[in-house]
Design a protein around this ligand. Sequence first.
Ligand code: GUN
Length: 303
Amino acid sequence: MTTAPEATTYRLIDGKQTAEAIKEEIAAEVQALKAAGHKVPHLAAVLVGHDGGSETYVRNKVLACERVGFESTLIRYEDDITEAELLARVEALNQDTRIDGFIVQLPLPRHISAEKVIEAIRPEKDVDGFHPMNIGRMVAGLPALLPATPSGIVELLRRYELPTDGKHCVIIGRSNIVGTPVSILLAKNLDPGNCTVTLCHSHTQNLAEISRTADILVAALGRPEFVRADMVKPGAVVIDVGTTRVEDATKKSGYALKGDVCFEEVAPLTSYITPVPGGVGPMTIAMLLQNTLKAAKGEVYAR
Ligand code: GUN
């Protein structure tokens, strides 16, 4: 006889509210910096082309800067900008002492190498934490600018006081931006941390069998509603990193944001779950602001 998984009363992990609290803390620090006669942190964002998702992300990043009292600069290019032109702009931002940190929004057009662009960013200004120097320092456990989405996930686990020590964390998706760095951070001898981590990807066999053993399940593969009830252990903590736009005529915008988790089916099984939108997304922006503050204070590689 098979028994249906037990339903529990779940709690939402409210990333929007948590990000607001972090932004308030940052705004207070900016006021203190100003009062002490320092300049306010300045974030620049480079946006190439007109991808709808990227436009929204970058607009939200700029708005968040205003909210905490940072200066911000948005630099826009059409998608026919050459790689050499973009690399020259990156170098100008590296040299510009008014700018504390900057990001180049991904994805970039196919004729531009994202790797080359990321490697051209001065690590001290790489507030996305994508430069190999920052990734290497993160792996080695040295002070670094950490990638925003992974540190947003860790921060949610911390602020909700969800136990991680000795827990099995299964991550679905091995991207450089989310899956791989989350696997590194949660395996570290830190709090939150000390997880036993399994990193799953498109070549993983018996995925549902593995994900059903997760105490903490992180879905970061970018396929809407991929995680279904049969992939989740009752009582698990589920972190949904997906934000795919799917057509929805009932919405004014014409689309809805869908996570990688089928929320209606999975939420009742979980102890805690992040919604989409309002879960991990706002945390990414809050952590980007935190990185910019660190960069502005020259604290990045401080011990
Ligand atoms: N594209 C999707 N997520 C991100 C991010 O965190 N930073 C940048 N620069 N591009 C992205």
